[in-house]
Design a protein. Sequence first.
Lengths: 434, 434
Amino acid sequence: MSCSVLGIGLAGFGTVGSGVWKILEEHGRLIESRSQGSAAMEIRKIAVRDLSKKREGNTPAELFTTSLMEVVENPSVDIVVELIGGTEAAFDLVTKALKAGKPVVTGNKALLAERGTELFAISKETNTPIYFEAAVAGGIPIIKAVQQSLVGNQIESIAGIINGTSNYILQRMTEAGLSYPEALKEAKDLGYAEADETLDVNGWDAAHKAIILGSIAHGFLINYKNVYVRGIEKVTPLDIQFASDLGYVVKLLSLVIANKDGGIEIRTQPSFLSKTHILASVHDVFNAVAIKGDHLGESLFYGRGAGQGPTASSVVSDLVEATRGSETNMGFLPYKKTGDLVDIDDTATSYYVRFSVTDRPGVIADIASVLAKHEIGISGTHSPVDADNPDAEFVEMVFLLHTCPFGRLKLALAEVENLDCLTNRPVVFRIEAL
Amino acid sequence: MSCSVLGIGLAGFGTVGSGVWKILEEHGRLIESRSQGSAAMEIRKIAVRDLSKKREGNTPAELFTTSLMEVVENPSVDIVVELIGGTEAAFDLVTKALKAGKPVVTGNKALLAERGTELFAISKETNTPIYFEAAVAGGIPIIKAVQQSLVGNQIESIAGIINGTSNYILQRMTEAGLSYPEALKEAKDLGYAEADETLDVNGWDAAHKAIILGSIAHGFLINYKNVYVRGIEKVTPLDIQFASDLGYVVKLLSLVIANKDGGIEIRTQPSFLSKTHILASVHDVFNAVAIKGDHLGESLFYGRGAGQGPTASSVVSDLVEATRGSETNMGFLPYKKTGDLVDIDDTATSYYVRFSVTDRPGVIADIASVLAKHEIGISGTHSPVDADNPDAEFVEMVFLLHTCPFGRLKLALAEVENLDCLTNRPVVFRIEAL
């Protein structure tokens, strides 16, 4: 057991970076004790944009630099923590650290999801590990769970609610009947959505995390260009209401599913989920990931997916991991060049489809016969009549459809759209039977 | 990275042992790939009681022995897996393995909870680790979560439903109004309770697990003799019904709580828990552990707490950990000699107390004035009248009591018991506000 103190270089000192400082200051001794002395560490360099900015806590001025590269180059730094975000400067920084033989701890999901192939190749080449627990679901130790705890399992499925902002917005639309813009505004007012909410609500933040989870679960780096991603921006209170009528909630679900024949389905989209499923009870900005292993069976990991404490807590846990040395501890490395991603058109679930139609005789027959022609079965319908206006001219008609490939549904709906009774494009949600 | 194959010796080849064999046979190559070649392993010796018993799968006859010690002594064995249970032979086996410098993987909670002090001392002395993920909550990676993921946190509380049998019995009493003996019989018929259910229903199986969790969370070995444990044998359908009327469920809860002043409360008992708490949704034989860290905040881990696949999955995960070598990877070692356990009489919660009384004028006044004398506040009462028999002579009267130390409540109840209106001893449940 080595008892020398390891030097940490922090690139970025925002919410998470200063959280790491806090934890090491408060609990440095505790961490040393718990690791039997092997995880003695000290922050020795911190790169920031603006030296003049006032910093919380008593961080010595001499630690700060505006040079990112100094964090790597400083000879007293043994491990580099990348918390600057983005995929350009962060890529250069991480590459440089690995090439210098300095293990990297990062919370940058976009970096890993978009440039993981390059980075893990360098990691392997240089025999220097990258740790990234903080990149997925904040304080939930889901990376270690997949990598270590499920090491003896084929991972049959991963289903996650891994974007807190979206979860909060959908919840408020469900509970309070808010429109999407109203719920988004509320989330912003509460600090649950960033000034630029794009990546949260368009699904890509969750998709990046799912790509990372899928990659470590299946051993090859999933190309983000082949991943199906839809956001929550177009979800309406009407569909949420209908979902509820039918026993479902709408959740932004990220799924990685291994098919029987070895293909991997990966998708992130707002989906219908039974109200009785445990993921349906994930509220507010909490995250949860349900994993099914062939021997382990079902398990679920739940906690705070963002915020200073939880994310910094994951960074510190990775730092301790990094102090253990890379000899038999490279963290994750891909062990397959590639894998078989299932085309979204070939993925099959059941569906909720809402048609906005002109209410004239024959409408249902017209739509149903197009569906029948494409061999899509109807398992149920839902079209509540407006009690005050039973003869309304335009109505919403919901069909619940039996499981079929998404591609076949698309063909059928393209044909339905040609019917003159439609006043709007059909609205589709997958019903996920997890 | 070492690529030599490590030899495993299995002591015990029941449900879990044969599950380990299965996983290594099915997924040995996958495990090697995932660990970049460092976790190549092979089972080389299996100790069983009866050589003539027919074994599942194609285990070669020459691996089997009836000698426990051969599993340790065989020079081709590098890591010893102890799955025989009990605290005598298992203790000798583990001791011998550690002294031979062979890391141990065990699923034996009683052994660790009762003889951990001795075993971890030998582990430290011999610089040889003991891994025990399988000892607590089967397939839930709760040991690694506490040790690794929360390494940068003071662990404020651990609340677990960690005995599946009890959880199932209480659930059936709740759902179907079964009596305890009826629900127990059902659990046995379904294979959810063992032939001898004692340790499951008297709370000790859960308590052993809580002792292990508390010990790794707080760095010292908790003496099982100082732990408060109550089982579910005396829980009645009536109290479950009243709990439900009041918005609670009855769960066998194991708690490890760190007080502000550093004291540790540890107890296992059937308790009232709000129906809205996430642990209230843990059904059937599932287990769940909620952990609060000072930086991480709340998190929850949920999954199968027993059974072949889940438990063997944890053993295999520990085996991979063990292949990484002990140089900076001793797993858990106590880092404090002792800690301050809070006496059960000094632990404070609110309470549900049910009094069976003769219905005569003055009863409520008599009881209430004893409580008042002991400065115990009443926050609510509940005593449903039998609609068909409003003048019944004997009634059940429930008082909900404000938070006070358990010792004070005991004194007050001893005095209440002297009142001649009581027809039975008062029934007490803690109301846990997690």
